[in-house]
Design a protein around this ligand. Structure first.
Ligand code: TEU
Length: 555
């Protein structure tokens, strides 16, 4: 058993901007997190992944870094960071930083220099290509804007930005740039961070010559062709170089965020013998109801397809390590998307989702608010949106002739603002998140969905998540037990075994709001944890009510 702290840990993803505001400016901050470390201890998590806290103009909420070695003004200072790091360490909570090195902010001094002239010594820290005004070098789409190229009048060249125009891609072919990145990461490692979540780390290597794609264009007339900028060979070369330069301690974890990755690719990235990454975030599950043209083409959710994805990754990465998550800061809220956020079933289905994800093999990530069953928000108008991805999508959808109703429904279902409404602490104004005007609207359901009432109620989602975390801590089988699917063909039940030495657990959940019966011929099974207080097994048949979830020890 190759024991690692990051295999045994439950990680809490904390979105600082929306977590807790200590100074009344309406924006969460580091002192706010410090004041809530006791809450994290109460939940029982082992590590915190902080979304970016570096200096940033916040075009993309911190994923556009203008100074990698200083703290965003709204969040506080480096001294606040050191105080937070110390407080987490005192409480045995590891700290994982979000590192964004595929691109920087256009306000980073490197880009400010690079843009000055073709001869500037920082010019090739970024990707500049000749092109006449109005004719981008190729037909590549950006994730956030039509074209992935921005024209610079002064030098009559374009620069590449796979994301927003204010997020110019860094040129990883430049060894000087790579060394600056490694030195900066080592600086954070020396400050005592325990790991890095590497943002879109598999996009570093773009096709030589930036050829146009022959694939189908999107509604804006550009092409998102991942074969030309994702998972290309040099990513492996540079990851190995980064591991050697920065990850000199075996305790420092590297978690790659890798859009477009397949199981086969992941086996190469996360192979413990090769050690490019320790684990990675894949997006098959997040894209389970996305059509061919991407997230905004919403197709019906299929439980069999979800089961196939979960199973493929469990089996495919059996010799590597999985990250397990229902949502994050880029995704809708789990209970609204995969569960049932009605009054009747919100808590039950949230606990069912928690059971399923926390009993699979891998490291579970809890996205802030998931542990109290926070839901999507019914935004009222475009003015309520803060995320450039949704705002740009809406603008392009209108230009492409889509109806407001259609585009707005897609935003309500899958917009990233859903996950970024302020943490709901109590029933006071702004849910106790801030004494000022919150940067983003608070979900009005905070009156009955909040930490204060959840933390003291025994049958709350919070108390159930605590139990899931405790169960993991007390049973190696949850971390290291082998996975094997059960009832794989069933279209409503998700079930699997976990096996470690001569111990076997059976996990079985009903993913729908109707009664289901299945064969259950495990002799004298012991119930470990469940989201319901009744177990009905008669004549070797287990009856499951809506969203029932059970974890049995069967031997
Ligand atoms: O996200 C990368 C990514 O793939 C996103 O485009 C994601 O698929 C999309 O937002 C889903 O709606 C990372 C960060 O998680 C995201 O917050 C940043 O906006 C992006 O990189 C650029 O840094």
């Amino acid at each position: 058993m190759d024991r690692k702290w990051w295999k045994e840990a439950v990680v809490y993803q904390l979105y600082p901007r929306s977590f807790y505001d200590s100074d009344g400016d309406g924006i969460g901050d580091l002192q706010g997190i410090i004041q809530k470390v006791d809450y994290l201890c109460e939940l029982g998590i082992d590590a915190v992944w902080l979304n970016p806290i570096y200096k940033s103009p916040n075009d993309d909420m911190g994923y556009d870094i203008s100074d990698y070695q200083d703290i965003m003004t709204e969040f506080g200072t480096l001294d606040d960071f050191k105080e937070l790091a110390e407080k987490l360490k005192e409480n045995n909570i590891k700290l994982i930083m979000d590192m964004v090195v595929n691109h920087s902010s256009d306000e980073h001094e490197w880009f400010v220099e690079s843009k000055k002239s073709r001869e500037n010594d920082k010019r090739d820290y970024y990707i500049w290509v000749d092109g006449e005004k109005g004719t981008p070098p190729n037909n590549w789409a950006s994730f956030f804007t039509p074209s992935a190229w921005k024209y610079d009048e002064q030098s009559n060249q374009y620069y590449l930005h796979l994301f927003s125009e204010k997020q110019p891609d860094l040129n990883w072919n430049n060894p000087k740039l790579r060394q600056e990145i490694y030195d900066m990461m080592k600086w954070w490692a020396d400050l005592g961070v325990d790991g890095f979540r590497m943002d879109v780390i598999n996009l570093l290597d773009k096709a030589e010559g930036f050829p146009s794609s022959e694939k189908q264009a999107n509604m804006s007339g550009y092409v998102m062709d991942d074969e030309l900028f994702a998972n290309r060979e040099n990513v492996h070369t540079w990851l190995k170089e980064m591991r050697k330069e920065v990850f000199t301690s075996d305790e420092l974890v590297m978690i790659g965020e890798t859009p477009f990755v397949t199981v086969e690719m992941a086996q190469k990235y996360a192979d413990p013998k090769v050690k490019e990454m320790d684990m990675l975030f894949a997006f098959d599950l997040m894209d389970v109801n996305s059509g061919k043209s991407g997230k905004w083409e919403i197709i019906p959710f299929s439980i069999p397809r979800m089961k196939e994805i979960l199973n493929d990754w469990q089996i495919g990465l059996a010799n590597c390590w999985n990250s397990l998550f229902w949502s994050n800061h880029d995704q809708p809220r789990a209970v609204s998307r995969f569960g049932n956020d009605s009054k009747e079933y919100r808590e039950k289905s949230a606990k069912m989702l928690g059971t399923l994800m926390h009993m699979l093999k891998g490291t579970p990530y809890i996205y802030q608010g998931e542990e109290i069953g926070m839901t999507n928000m019914i935004f009222e108008s475009l003015d309520d949106l803060r995320d450039l991805e949704s705002i740009n999508y809406y603008s392009e959808a209108m230009k492409a002739g889509l109806s407001h109703a259609h585009a707005w429904d897609c935003i309500l279902q899958k917009g990233r603002d859903n996950a970024r409404t302020p943490m709901q602490w109590d029933t006071s104004e702004s849910a106790g998140f801030t004494s000022g005007k919150p940067w983003q609207k608070v979900n009005p359901n905070y009156s009955n969905i909040n930490v204060e009432e959840s933390i003291k109620r025994e049958d709350s989602v919070f108390s159930y998540y605590k139990l899931l975390i405790k169960t993991r801590k007390e049973n190696d089988i949850v971390v290291y037990g082998e996975y094997s699917p059960l009832f794989y063909e069933h279209d409503k039940i998700v079930a699997f075994e976990r096996i470690l030495d001569d111990e076997k657990w059976v996990i079985i959940v009903n993913f729908v709001d109707e009664k289901v019966k299945v064969e259950f011929d495990y002799f004298n099974s012991e119930l470990i944890i469940s989201n319901t207080d009744s177990v009905s097994i008669k004549d070797k048949i287990l009856s499951l009510n809506a969203y029932d979830a059970y974890v049995f020890r069967v031997k």
